[in-house]
Design a protein around this ligand. Sequence first.
Ligand code: PLP
Length: 381
Amino acid sequence: MIYLDNAATSFPKPDSVYDEMQKCMKEYGANPGRGGHAMSIRASMEVMRVRESLGSFFNIKNPMQICFTKNATEALNIGICGFLKDGDHVITTSMEHNSVIRPIKTLERDRGIEISIIPCNDFGEIDVNDIKKQIKTNTKLIISTFSSNVNGIVMPVTEIGNLARENGLVFLLDASQGAGSFEIDVEKMRIDIMAFPGHKGLMGPQGTGGLYINEELSLLPVLYGGTGSHSEIIYQPEMMPDKMESGTLNTPGIIGLGAGIDYIKSIGIGNVKKKKYELVERLHTGIEELKGIKLYSKNSIDMNSGIVAMNFDDIDSTEISYVLDKVYGIATRAGLHCSLLAHQTFGTVKSGIVRFSVGIFNTNDEIDATINALKEISTSA
Ligand SMILES: Cc1ncc(COP(=O)(O)O)c(C=O)c1O
């Protein structure tokens, strides 16, 4: 199979991810932070090493401000629901995933949160001035994705971070698309809260993700319970990361995530970005030459996190994706990609879009085979 669905989850993972996960389960599969015995202490230390590695990866000064979650959705829910209070106003973009839109729409309906959703242009680009114009006295939070999961467009993250800081607002970044192939520096980009999945560009397994929270902020947890710490108190401990990490951690997953990050560090994030762009460029150029197609993504190393989004005129995206899978063994994703507002922006709510998302293990031969498959589909349609 030619796997071009890396925006959903990366596949395959580096061998070291499988190896380290297995080693964890076989050699030190105890519960971290839950015992004084050697194996529990070893598990805690290995988890801590991954927290520190994430800290250096994203330039987070205090890695204890990172809590592990099961995916980006959980992290976004903690960030959004734990921060916003009744009557607050939040500004976001029309390129957000349901993991942002659904929590804020629910808070709007149930708790009187006010929302402004800033429209983007045909490529999903946003004008930061349009965000600025919406700031009002009760505005507390700006939420933006790093990059769209529909067409890969990269948002002006540093500009948004600066705008938030200048206006005393908190900036929450959804780093689901881009983390692992674009440099993300929470200090330089003035990011206060950041949600990330472990299983996409960071090359970890499914069931992993995390949330960074600036030390100056105090958010309410979404889950309460056992933390392995301060059992003498009846309430949730205030200290991070325990406050946000109730229940047994996904230790093998976290260890796999650590191996994924080590892998990216070993080849260099700049090289990952370059490799993904070479694949995007090849695919984009090949598709551009076909008749009766429409492209929604940009052919740009800095403005595209690794997605080619396209349609054939008058053919539903799910049909194309189905044929690619069944006839050619090519995995893509069609439909609305959990991002209704982005599809409203592109005018593709009815047709959906065929999304090809590349990963570092894809090859030029795979891209050429994909272009040939599309060529055949276009001539037989
Ligand atoms: C932009 C964006 N945000 C959030 C998510 C949710 O990520 P997860 O599946 O890890 O919860 C995704 C997943 O595709 C995404 O692309």
